[in-house]
Design a protein around this ligand. Structure first.
Ligand code: PEP
Ligand code: CO
Length: 463
C-alpha cells in the first residue's frame, strides 16, 4: 500500500466521492511502495504542482482526434520506445536515435500502407516500472526491487533502493529536457531524415529484406525530391512532424501533481505527457490507478493480458470512458504467442458487442519474455512476430480493425532480443546488453518489424 498524503492544501473543495487528482489516495494502491518520509513527499508534491506543464490540452485533444481517426480505420498508431527510460540515458545520442528509429519506422508504414501514422513515444516520462515482487535479496540483504528511476535507484543497496520523492522532480526535469529536444528536432532539425544518407542501411546488408528496404528508401526519396522540386515552399512545412509522448501512469503522485484544469475547458488534463496507459497489473476496478485515470481527459491505453475477465474489462472501459468518446481508449493486447488465439477473439467480440469505439493495438513484447539458461531476460523475434501475425489474422477473421502496435525498442545496436533476420543467438546477447528492464528490439530489428507490420496490415486491410 502507498503512503497516504497529508491532506492537500487547496482552495477548492471537493464533495465526498467526487473525483479529484488525489481521490485515488483512498483506494488500494498496487505497485507503488510507501515513501518513508511523508512530509518530504508532501513538499515534493506541492513543488511539482506549481511547475509549468510539459504538454498542453490542445496537443492532448489533437492526439485524441487522431486516435479517433485510427479507431475508424483511417490511420495507424505506432507507439514505442524504452521499456524504462533512465535518467542517465537523457542525452542527445539516445534521444536522437530513438526519435530517428520511430520516424523511419513511421515512414516505412506510411509508404507501404498509404495511411496516416500517429507516432507516440514511450518517452519523456516512462520512468516507473511495475514489478512482480516488492523485494529481492542481493548478497543476503533484503531490499526493495528496482522500480524505475522515478521511484528508486538501480544500485543494489538498501539505502539506494528506498523510494525517494525527490526523484519525481528529477524525472520532471529530465522529461522536460527530453521533450524540449524532441520538439526542436521534430520542428526543423530532422528534415534531412528524408534524405538517403540518413538511412544507414549498410549494416543491414545481410538482412533478407535488404533489397526491399533499399527499393523502398529509394522510392521515398524519389517522392521527396519530386515534392521538393514542384513545391519548394510548401514542402518546407512537411519538415514538421508530429510526435507525442506517453508513459505508464504508475507513480500516481507524479501524475496527480501534474494533473490540472485549464482555462475555458472542462475537465482535468494530465499535462506530464500526451497519452498514459494502465498496466496489466494495476487495472483492478476499485483500485487507485483506475480511480485516478477515470478523471482525466487524456487518451488512455489499457494493457490487457492474462489473466483477465471479460466483464471486468467491459466495466473498466465504461468507467474510463462513460461518454463513449472516440479516440479516448486504446486497448493494447499483450497475450503472448501461446495465449493469443485463445484470448483475443472473445475479447474482440465482447468489446464490439458493447459498441465501444476503441483503438485496437498489439503489444507483442510483454507476453513473450523469457530467461535463458544463463538467466538473461530476452524475447525471441519470431515469437514477437508470430504474436503480431496471429493478432492481425484474428482481427481480420473478426472483421475488426487492428490499428496499432506497441513496441519496446531502441535506435541503438543493442543485443537484447534473440532472432530476427540476422539471427542473434543466446550467446550473442551479452555483446551489448544494456537494458535494466525488458529486452528491446534494436535498430535493425525495429526497421524489420516496421516492414513486417506493413506487410501484415496490407494482407488484412489494403485499400
Ligand atoms: C510495459 O509496457 O512496460 C509493461 C510493464 O506492460 P504490462 O503492464 O503490459 O506488463
Ligand atoms: Co516492459
Amino acid at each position: 500500500m502507498a503512503t497516504k498524503l497529508t491532506p492537500l492544501k487547496r482552495s477548492e473543495k471537493f464533495k465526498k466521492g467526487e473525483w479529484h487528482p488525489l481521490s485515488w489516495n483512498d483506494h488500494k494502491v498496487n505497485q507503488l511502495p510507501p515513501y518513508p518520509d511523508v512530509d518530504q513527499l508532501q513538499k515534493v508534491y506541492d513543488q511539482l504542482r506549481y511547475l509549468p506543464p510539459l504538454t498542453t490540452s490542445w496537443e492532448i485533444e489533437s492526439l485524441k482526434g487522431k486516435l479517433a481517426e485510427v479507431a475508424a480505420g483511417n490511420g495507424f498508431l505506432l507507439q514505442g520506445g524504452d521499456c524504462a527510460e533512465t535518467f542517465d540515458a537523457c542525452n542527445a545520442p539516445k534521444i536522437v536515435n530513438t526519435l530517428k528509429v520511430l520516424l523511419q519506422m513511421s515512414f516505412i508504414l506510411i509508404h507501404e500502407m498509404g495511411i496516416p501514422v500517429v507516432r507516440v513515444g514511450r518517452m519523456a516520462g516512462q520512468y516507473a516500472k511495475p514489478r512482480s515482487k516488492d523485494f529481492e535479496e542481493v548478497n543476503g540483504v533484503k531490499m526493495y526491487n528496482y522500480r524505475g528511476d522515478l521511484i528508486n535507484s538501480f544500485e543494489p543497496n538498501e539505502e539506494a533502493r528506498r523510494p525517494d520523492p525527490e526523484r519525481m522532480i528529477t524525472a520532471y526535469n529530465k522529461a522536460a529536457l527530453t521533450l524540449n529536444f524532441l520538439r526542436a528536432l521534430s520542428d526543423e532539425g530532422f528534415a534531412d531524415l528524408q534524405h538517403p544518407e540518413q538511412w544507414e542501411l549498410d549494416f543491414m546488408k545481410n538482412n533478407k529484406y535488404y533489397k526491399e528496404y533499399e527499393m523502398m528508401v529509394h522510392s521515398i526519396n524519389k517522392a521527396v525530391s519530386f515534392m521538393e522540386a514542384i513545391t519548394p515552399n510548401q514542402f518546407n512545412t512537411l519538415h514538421k512532424v508530429d510526435m507525442y509522448t506517453s508513459h505508464e501512469a504508475l507513480n500516481l503522485y507524479y501524475d496527480a501533481a501534474q494533473t490540472r484544469r485549464v482555462p475555458r475547458k472542462t475537465g482535468w488534463f494530465n499535462l506530464s505527457g500526451h497519452m498514459v496507459w494502465l498496466g496489466n497489473r494495476t487495472r483492478g476496478l476499485d483500485n487507485a490507478h483506475v480511480e485516478y485515470l477515470r478523471g482525466i481527459q487524456n487518451p488512455i491505453g489499457i494493457k490487457v493480458g492474462p489473466p483477465f475477465d471479460l466483464d471486468q474489462i467491459v466495466e473498466l472501459i465504461q468507467k474510463l470512458n462513460p461518454a463513449h468518446e472516440a479516440g479516448k481508449i486504446v486497448i493494447i493486447t499483450r497475450f503472448g504467442v501461446k495465449e493469443v488465439e485463445k484470448d483475443l477473439p472473445r475479447l474482440i467480440r465482447r468489446v464490439n458487442r458493447e459498441g465501444f469505439p476503441v483503438v485496437w493495438s498489439c503489444d507483442p513484447m510483454h507476453g513473450n519474455t523469457f530467461a535463458t539458461s544463463k538467466k538473461v531476460k530476452t524475447r525471441n523475434f519470431d515469437d514477437i512476430l508470430n504474436e503480431l501475425r496471429a493478432t492481425f489474422d484474428i482481427h481480420r477473421a473478426e472483421a475488426n480493425y487492428l490499428g496499432g502496435v506497441h513496441l519496446e525498442l531502441t535506435g541503438d545496436n543493442v543485443t537484447e532480443c534473440v532472432g530476427g533476420a540476422n539471427g542473434l543467438n543466446e550467446e550473442g546477447l551479452n555483446r551489448n546488453y544494456e537494458t535494466y528492464c525488458d529486452p528491446r528490439l534494436n535498430y535493425e530489428q525495429s526497421l524489420e518489424m516496421a516492414f513486417l507490420v506493413a506487410r501484415e496490415w496490407n494482407a488484412s486491410y489494403k485499400r
